[in-house]
Design a protein around this ligand. Structure first.
Ligand code: ADP
Ligand code: ADP
Ligand code: ZN
Length: 216
C-alpha cells in the first residue's frame, strides 16, 4: 500500500502512523523525523534545515523533494510506504507524482485527518517525543505510565524545540501552502477524510476501515 497522511500540525498524523506501520508493515516516511535526525547527527542536511525547523518555516521544496526521492528508492520502500508530512506544497505534490510515475507506481490513498484549528495549540505544546524510538506522547491526552519515560523502550521523553507557541503560530501560517493539497487529492479521487477530533482509538478504527476498503 502506498499511503499518505495529510493534516494540520498536531492533527495526529505521527500518532496514527505508529499504529499503521506496526499493523500493516509499511515504512513510515516522515520528512520532519528525517530532518530532526539529520540535525541531531549534525550532518550537512541537518545544518541546512535547522533554522527552518526552529522557526517553523517550511524547508525549500527542492531540498525536501531530493530527500524524499532518495528515501523512496531505498529497498524497504519498494513494497509500500506511509508518507507523513510530505508533500506539504503543490510543487512537492507534483514532484511526488512524477517520481512515482517514473517508478511505475502511484498513491493508493490520502488519509486526511481533519481537526479544527482550536484544538492544536494544546496538542502541540503538550506533545512529548521519545529520544530513542521517536514514539509520540502527550502530557494529558496520551501520557506515558511514568512521567518523562517512554513506555515502549524506557527512553527519555523530550519536547520538540518547535512546539512552542511562537513556532506553532508560524507553522499554522505555513499551512496555507499545504491546504490546497486537500483539493488536489480530492480531484484525483484519492482523498479519504477522517474526523481527528476524537479519541486516538476511534480515529484509528476509521483508518482501519478505510484501509480494508482499499485493499478489498
Ligand atoms: P508537524 O507534524 O508537527 O507539523 P513535522 O515533524 O511534520 O511537524 O515537521 C516539522 C518541520 O519540518 C516543519 O515545520 C518544517 O520546518 C519541516 N518540514 C517537514 N516536512 C516538510 C516538507 N514536506 N516541506 C518543507 N518542510 C518540511
Ligand atoms: P502530527 O504528527 O499531525 O503533528 P501528532 O501525532 O504528533 O501530530 O499529535 C500531536 C499531539 O497530540 C501529540 O502529543 C499526541 O499525543 C496528541 N494526539 C494525537 N492524536 C490525538 C487525539 N485523537 N486526541 C488527543 N490528542 C491526540
Ligand atoms: Zn521510546
Amino acid at each position: 500500500m502506498q499511503l499518505m497522511l495529510l493534516g494540520l500540525p498536531g492533527a495526529g498524523k505521527g500518532t496514527q502512523a505508529e499504529r499503521i506501520t506496526s499493523d500493516y508493515g509499511v515504512p513510515h516516511i516522515s520528512t520532519g523525523d528525517m530532518f530532526r535526525k539529520a540535525i541531531a547527527a549534525g550532518t550537512d542536511l541537518g545544518n541546512e534545515v535547522k533554522a527552518y525547523l526552529d522557526s517553523g518555516r517550511l524547508v525549500p521544496d527542492e531540498l525536501t523533494i531530493r530527500v524524499v526521492r532518495d528515501r523512496l528508492e531505498q529497498p524497504d520502500a519498494q513494497e509500500g510506504f506511509l508518507l507523513d508530512g510530505f508533500p506539504r506544497t503543490l510543487p512537492q505534490a507534483e514532484a511526488l507524482d512524477e517520481t512515482l510515475a517514473a517508478m511505475g507506481r502511484r498513491l493508493d490513498c490520502v488519509l486526511y485527518i481533519h481537526v479544527p484549528q482550536e484544538v492544536l495549540l494544546a496538542r502541540l505544546t503538550g506533545r512529548r517525543i521519545c529520544k530513542s524510538c521517536g514514539a509520540t506522547y502527550h502530557v494529558v491526552f496520551q501520557p506515558p505510565a511514568v512521567a518523562g519515560v517512554c513506555d515502549k523502550c524506557h527512553g527519555e521523553l523530550y519536547q520538540r524545540s518547535d512546539d512552542t507557541e511562537e513556532a506553532v503560530a508560524t507553522r499554522l501560517e505555513q499551512y496555507a501552502q499545504t491546504a490546497p493539497l486537500v483539493d488536489y487529492y480530492r480531484d484525483r479521487g484519492l482523498l479519504r477524510q477522517v474526523d481527528g477530533q476524537r479519541s486516538i482509538d476511534d480515529v484509528y478504527a476509521d483508518i482501519r476501515g478505510i484501509l480494508s476498503d482499499i485493499r478489498a
